[in-house]
Design a binder for this molecule. Structure first.
Ligand code: ATP
Ligand code: MG
Ligand code: ZN
Length: 486
């Protein structure tokens, strides 16, 4: 019997220390160390280590045959898109997200749909009683689905139960923080328990071929053992995001051993559960502030799918020594770069202004292609010049102020045309990529200076201000044609 080993384990990253210290050297967080009994969790002491000779095993070739379909469709196209085409046999998925974002709802729907199509699907809740899960299923209209349900937290009991009968195709564990295993002494929810429990469940999945989904709570301050330590152990990490006040929910692959990590799944939270949104552009543009200065529509690409989204900028004179720069949904260093280029090459003076920048609908944009749309929104806000309401923008801005082409020009234009936009402001050099009729008029810009001059001219020609009036927009409300059906 090994004597119990007390140690201080960082509840954020899992680093272990012999004595308490205020700051974790591993991740730099403060006050995250907690005393844990890590007996059996770390490698065994030398005396216990087996001295037997290694067992011989066969080495396989890469071309071995795999048993039946390696992917299992979840019945939800948006979920399949993010996982890369469905659940892989024996794979383990971690779904993380803020409290109340809809993790249990999403996974109840997925297990129910699988069970309805005749697969053995198991939902283990460590957080809610069976009655609560039933109540949710009833609300979602899924009470008739033959899901196998239990409220359990002991990993040994769960593995024993799941090993009986036919191998389940999908097992959901809601959540990994509530699970505990006999093999370690620490309290449930501690890093050591979470890691040991996840290990045991993952071993079961790999051995049996069942797809396993672990739900993990994310807390920003790292108080509860975050799923960070589990991230390395699983095959894919999906993050479920959304703004509390809004109905959109975005499922994003943060890591995926079997698929791409740039795809997003878009859902809408309704009383009847999560509704899949197969055309996110219509959703993101549906509540658009039509034509107010400081907004521009960006024709972006998320994974393989074009997504139009509104970028909003507010540029206002500052009262502070150092002006504020606040960004939501975009990279703040990217914003700084666009601001610097505007200032250096286009004579747009922004150093005396606060800049607030927001991507509508809670979407987060990573593409450099958003530069041009962001610049348009910024200049539009600064000059109080309304941009054409029927225009979309895309293009990368280089440090020299040139507008560079981006990938998938045709897909962006097609989406814009489909949603009723009449023109696209795009890089001059992208013209070559467009075969035939684009379906909308193209406004190619070679440099940022051209764009700034155009917008400034609109500002001077604004109705109500002296000068020439602009042409009335021929199609004033693209993107406003609310999605049909529901
Ligand atoms: N009757 C209802 N009508 C509409 N939406 C509801 C209703 N009941 C719950 N919801 C939505 O479902 C959300 C809770 O979903 P769910 O329990 O799946 O979240 P979760 O991520 O599993 O939360 P937790 O972290 O607490 O386990 C609520 O925040 C709310 O948005
Ligand atoms: Mg839940
Ligand atoms: Zn740490």
């Amino acid at each position: 019997m090994a004597k119990s080993a007390l140690s201080f384990v960082c509840q954020n990253c899992g680093a272990a220390y012999n004595r308490w210290q205020g700051k974790c050297d591993g991740c730099g967080e403060w006050n995250t160390l907690a005393e844990e009994d890590i007996t059996g969790a770390t490698t065994m002491p030398v005396s216990v280590r087996s001295r037997r000779k290694g067992r011989l095993f066969t080495l396989e070739t890469l071309t071995g045959k795999t048993q039946d379909a390696p992917r299992l469709s979840s019945g939800m196209a948006e979920l399949d898109r993010v996982t890369g085409g469905g659940f892989v046999r024996g794979s383990v998925l971690l779904v993380g997200g803020d409290p109340g974002i809809g993790k249990s709802t999403l996974l109840t729907q997925a297990t129910s749909l699988l069970a309805r199509s005749g697969h053995r699907a198991v939902y283990i809740s460590g957080e809610e009683a069976v009655a609560q899960v039933r109540l949710r299923a009833e609300r979602l209209g899924l009470a008739d689905a033959p899901v196998q349900l239990a409220a359990e937290t002991s990993v040994e009991d769960i593995v024993a139960t799941l090993s009986e009968g036919t191998v389940p195709r999908l097992v959901v564990i809601d959540s990994i923080q509530t699970m505990w295993t006999d093999t370690v002494e620490s309290a449930p929810g501690t890093v050591t328990q979470v890691r040991a429990s996840a290990q045991a469940l993952i071993r079961f999945a790999k051995k049996s071929g069942a797809a396993l989904i672990l739900v993990g709570h994310v807390t920003k301050d790292g108080q509860i053992a975050g799923p960070r330590v589990v991230e390395h152990m699983v095959d894919a990490v999906l993050s479920f995001e959304g703004e509390g006040s809004q109905q959109f929910r975005i499922l994003r692959a943060v890591k995926n051993r079997f698929g791409p990590t740039d795809e997003i799944g878009v859902f809408e939270m309704t009383g009847l559960g999560l509704r899949e949104v197969s055309n996110p552009s219509e959703l993101f543009l549906s509540e658009r502030d039509l034509g107010s200065p400081g907004t521009a529509v960006f024709a972006g690409i998320e994974g393989t799918r074009p997504v139009l989204v509104e970028l909003q900028a507010l540029v206002a004179p500052t009262s502070l020594g150092t002006p504020r720069r606040a960004v939501v949904g975009w990279d703040s260093s990217r914003l700084s770069m666009v601001l610097a280029v505007l200032e250096a090459h286009c004579g747009v003076k922004l150093s005396g202004h606060d800049v607030y920048f927001n991507v509508a609908g809670g979407l987060r944009i990573n593409e450099p292609a958003a530069d041009l749309a962001a610049a348009a929104a910024l200049v539009s806000s600064l000059t109080n010049a309304q941009l054409p309401t029927d225009a979309v923008y895309f293009g990368e801005i280089s440090l020299s102020g040139a507008v560079r082409p981006v990938a998938q020009t045709t897909a962006r234009l097609k989406e814009a045309a489909k949603l009723g936009f009449g023109r696209a402001v795009l890089p001059e050099s992208a013209r070559g990529d467009i075969g035939g009729d684009a379906g909308l008029s193209l406004d190619a810009v070679a440099g940022l200076t051209t764009l700034v001059a155009d917008i400034a001219a609109r500002g001077q020609a604004r109705p109500g201000s002296p000068g020439k009036r602009t042409d009335p927009e021929k199609n004033a409300t693209p993107g406003q044609n609310r999605r049909q059906g529901g």
